[in-house]
Design a protein around this ligand. Structure first.
Ligand SMILES: Cc1cc2nc3c(=O)[nH]c(=O)nc-3n(C[C@H](O)[C@H](O)[C@H](O)COP(=O)(O)OP(=O)(O)OC[C@H]3O[C@@H](n4cnc5c(N)ncnc54)[C@H](O)[C@@H]3O)c2cc1C
Length: 387
């Protein structure tokens, strides 16, 4: 059956491109609008779990995605003095996620989307009104400031943590964003820090502050500074490298922190942001539906944000194909289907956050004991000895 329905997808990130690819594959005509004037590339380390890889395969992009897990990767836990100990890292988690750059997922989706959807850069919605027949969206072209109205059968809000679609249709950010009282700064190093190989992951985790360095195949490592704070607003007053230098004062770990801070000062791109989950009782209203970070931001600590964006896109497409006559039924089914996965990973994110950056001295000690036990078990397994 030829489907002549039109969807507007807001946001050209992983969730938006995945939704556009999936909608196109079930016959929808899709327009994607993106606020920035250019499609972004690059990005930080992302671990892709098997469920995310399955969704990527269903979207037809797994085979073209550049997976970058280094062969023979290993992890070092490094203490404040620079002493190192074998440990387990992100890629050793159950399920053995693959390491990619966020841009690798976006590049594969972009290639798939090419020519399949109209993409308007430098464009964002400023008003959304729903009638019985359609969603009427006012769009603004940021270059000219010109606004125009268009009607769509469906609007997909895939515009990230601080979603405009969510604010316009569901309510203010404060209603849905829950702070984890944590700051992150993620960026690419120009080379591995001295004394370590390109395949080595470095974890420096103290109570309330941590630095992780993620290795890749075919790319320099990326760094992630993270720390806990009760005053989020204060972290945005001042230059980010200076703010970090102050937070990490007294911790150098044999020069690693100094090298990473030096690289940050010259990094062409860096993400410096506070960490929030998005908690919503419903992800749809009328003909508007949310997906990805806009709907449920799990946070980087869950390691499932990119995967869940693609899983959501597959689910949305499946349910729209299953109930072609009723968008309301399809969106309810999509919500119901995604709920258990999101609930589970939102809870797990709080636990995993303690592995990234322990919230107290006691938790840091417990974490160290736990990781030593797991590491010992893994080393024994690798050596073929019973533990
Ligand atoms: C440091 C870090 C590490 C991470 N690690 C992992 C990991 O290991 N595994 C994992 O699965 N996930 C990880 N994540 C999470 C993952 O990167 C995100 O969940 C995912 O990229 C979110 O995709 P998205 O498309 O929902 O949102 P976004 O990536 O935020 O994309 C939203 C898009 O919408 C655009 N936009 C915003 N507002 C508007 C507007 N008003 N109009 C039009 N366009 C707009 C933005 O410019 C952007 O292009 C990590 C995140 C971070 C920050």
């Amino acid at each position: 059956m030829q489907n002549t329905r039109r969807a507007l997808v807001v946001g050209l990130g992983i969730a938006g491109m995945a939704a556009a690819v999936r909608l196109r594959s079930i016959g929808w005509t899709t327009v994607v609008v993106e606020r920035t004037p250019q499609r972004r590339t690059g990005g930080y380390f992302v671990g892709l779990f098997p469920s995310g890889e399955r969704a990527a395969r269903d979207l037809g992009v797994l085979s073209t995605m550049h997976l970058r897990t280094p062969a023979d990767h290993r992890t070092w836990a490094v203490d404040g003095s620079g002493a190192r100990q074998r440990s387990v890292g992100f890629l050793d988690q159950p399920g053995h996620p693959d390491g990619v750059l966020r841009g690798d997922i976006e590049a594969a989706l972009w290639e798939k989307l090419d020519g399949q959807a109209e993409v308007r850069l430098g464009t964002e919605p400023v008003h959304i009104e729903q009638t019985a027949r359609a969603a009427r969206v006012t769009l603004r072209d940021s270059a000219t400031g010109e606004t125009y109205e268009q009607e769509y059968d469906l609007v997909v809000g895939a515009d990230g943590l601080r979603s405009t679609v969510r604010r316009l249709v569901f309510g203010p950010h404060e209603q849905f964003m829950r702070s984890l009282h944590t700051i992150i700064c993620a960026f690419s190093l120009d080379r591995q820090v001295s004394g370590y190989g390109d395949h080595e992951q470095i974890v420096i985790a103290e109570p309330r502050r941590a630095l992780w360095i993620f290795p890749f195949r075919d790319h320099p490592p990326t760094a992630l500074f993270t720390y806990r704070t009760d005053d989020i607003d204060a972290q945005f007053r001042g230059e980010r490298a200076d703010v970090l230098a102050a937070r990490f004062a007294g911790l150098d770990a044999g020069g690693i922190v100094t090298q990473a801070l030096g690289a940050l000062r010259h990094a062409p791109q860096a993400l410096f942001d506070s960490v929030h989950q998005v908690r919503m009782p419903r992800w749809h209203r009328g003909r508007v539906v949310l997906i990805g970070d806009a709907a449920w931001c799990l946070t980087l600590f869950s390691g499932m944000g990119a995967s869940s964006g693609m899983i959501g896109a597959v689910a949305l497409g499946d349910e729209l194909a299953r109930a072609p006559e009723s968008i309301g039924d399809a969106l309810r089914a999509y919500d119901k289907r995604m709920r258990p996965l999101v609930r589970r990973h939102q809870r797990l994110a709080y636990v995993k956050a303690q592995l990234f950056v322990p919230s107290s001295v006691t938790i840091a000690k417990l974490r160290a004991v736990l990781l030593r036990m797991v590491t010992r078990q893994r080393l024994h397994a690798w050596l073929g000895r019973p533990s």
